[in-house]
Design a protein around this ligand. Structure first.
Ligand code: GDP
Ligand code: MG
Length: 163
């Protein structure tokens, strides 16, 4: 038995960077049927000896008529409902923004299993943002650097019991 992890959070926090790190080239087959949404990318993740499914909430970056907030909500709810656990990602360099609070509220209402990840935490520039992340009330944030591969052991430790 394996599990499904959804990576959620506002645009530009590093969700796809982590997705790519976990999945490498093992992307799930993309369904080319017209009308099939590409907003959620699914892949087969590997983290040391763990194998699981990971979902990236993409598509928020593209301009459409629907408001960003409406799309964030809809996409995030879909991803959450598909997943056993969510990695809610915030940006240690940007700190906690109003959009992050909206995600925190969606996740709290969904009463889902949430791991808080504070990405871009490499170096000194991330320290304030990590402290700020405690204010979300979602527990201790994992310090991650998706780009540099830092914090992967901590991510492993929180995911291991789910496998
Ligand atoms: P997404 O919109 O949440 O999917 O974010 P992306 O994965 O596209 O990343 C947004 C930007 O943040 C890109 O320029 C990445 O190179 C950068 N980024 C991602 N992870 C890190 C990190 O750990 N540290 C730093 N400094 N930048 C990062
Ligand atoms: Mg992305």
């Amino acid at each position: 038995m394996s599990f499904t992890l959804a990576i959620v959070g506002r645009p530009n926090v590093g969700k796809s960077t982590l997705f790519n790190r976990l999945v490498g080239k093992r992307l799930a087959l993309v369904d080319d049927q017209p009308g099939v949404t590409r907003d959620l990318r699914e892949g087969e993740a590997r983290l040391a000896d763990l194998r699981f499914t990971v979902i990236d909430t993409a598509g928020l970056e593209e301009a459409t008529d629907e408001s960003l907030q409406g799309r964030m909500r809809r996409l995030t709810e879909r991803a959450v409902d598909m997943a056993d656990v969510c990695l809610f990602m915030v940006d240690a360099r940007a700190g906690i923004l109003p959009a992050d609070m909206i995600f925190a509220e969606i996740l709290r209402k969904r009463a889902t299993h949430v791991i808080l990840g504070c990405n871009k935490a490499e170096g000194k520039a991330g320290e304030v943002g990590v402290l700020d992340a405690y204010s979300l009330g979602l527990g201790e944030p994992l310090r991650l650097s998706a780009e540099h591969g830092e914090g992967m052991e901590d991510l492993y430790e929180v995911l291991m019991p789910l496998a």
